[in-house]
Design a protein around this ligand. Sequence first.
Ligand SMILES: *[C@@H]1O[C@H](CO)[C@@H](O)[C@H](O)[C@H]1NC(C)=O
Ligand SMILES: *[C@@H]1O[C@H](CO)[C@@H](O)[C@H](O)[C@H]1NC(C)=O
Length: 414
Amino acid sequence: MRHRAWAFSLALFCLLSLRTGAREFERSRRTERISGSAGDVLEDDPVGRLKVFVYELPSKYNKKILQKDPRCLTHMFAAEIFMHRFLMSSPVRTLNPEEADWFYTPVYTTCDLTPNGLPLPFKSPRMMRSAIQLISSNWPYWNRTEGADHFFIVPHDFGACFHYQEEKAIERGILPLLQRATLVQTFGQRNHVCLKDNSITIPPYAPPQKMQAHLIPPDIPRSIFVYFRGLFYDVGNDPEGGYYARGARASVWENFKDNPLFDISTEHPTTYYEDMQRAIFCLCPLGWAPWSPRLVEAVIFGCIPVIIADDIVLPFADAIPWEEIGVFVAEKDVPSLDTILTSIPAEVILRKQRLLANPSMKQAMLFPQPAQPGDAFHQVLNGLARKLPHDEIIYLKPGQLNWTAGPVGDLKPW
Ligand SMILES: *[C@@H]1O[C@H](CO)[C@@H](O)[C@H](O)[C@H]1NC(C)=O
Ligand SMILES: *[C@@H]1O[C@H](CO)[C@@H](O)[C@H](O)[C@H]1NC(C)=O
């Protein structure tokens, strides 16, 4: 029975690769837009719609930290650095704080990497607190709103909860001083203490030039049905197994390791980017956090993202039609992943591929140097602009913020 199902799937799969192959050939001419809906918002120009004041901080909060470890420039948390650089020369920047709609504090809280390149957020709360104390004592703007017209880039796993383990992150909660601020973060999950309603979820940083360098001709057929490279178990950090990725990745492996439709492995080949361009579906399961760079890679390489992360809030979800370009599979349904994917009609797959071929979708996922219209920097600004004008309520009742709330360890000077 199982073998019959596979034989059927393989036949469908061959048909699909032929058809997508033919379709891919036309890709440069045939892309599809979702007109009149959120898809168009991606092309908004933020210039003239908001003004941002960039606080000048001592370099120990940003440039010096980067000097100590230049790997921070290529890490998936690099958005905090590139956003700073972008804003410095952006036409939305104002040097006059009196006319600013938004205030930005350039503090690199995630640029503290272990020798293996893992970021350790243990100093982040104290560093953030120190930066906020500095801006609140040197300028009158923080105290005026207690941060409600300030935004911060916090790209760490669980944003401003500043811990890489979910349990601990939840226990900590968002740094109390940031209660009223707008957080620009990669972390996004509904009904989670580490995501506030007014936050802006961004894509993780993925190196644009490197991805560009691996593009293959668009007429190469997609002969891989499902592709995934990454950990299934994080044995080193998760002795019991199963806690990692809430067991979803383990389930992918256990159910499909021998299924010929599934090209899955822990080994990261040098042809990783090329392989994604030869695949129809790319699995984007949660890891420690719901998000991963695979989401960006899938969009860039036109591979339909299969999102396995219950309640995930995706980057720029108010502008990108994720439901239309991706496939969402509940974590509990992973054992039926093969049936779910093989029963998607070919025309639905082709439509998703055409939408993914839309350059504005790809542009919104990247933080290129220099910036380009419609890129992720512009989407952040668009998101901030859509929150304007600020509600008068933000200027009321100073003295609401508790400067001594939170773990005692966070109160030590940085
Ligand atoms: C803002 O409030 C803090 C805490 O109440 C105070 O220490 C600081 O001096 C105030 N800043 C300004 C510029 O008045
Ligand atoms: C501020 O937080 C600290 C620590 O949680 C608490 O002891 C104190 O009572 C709080 N202050 C106010 C005014 O709520």
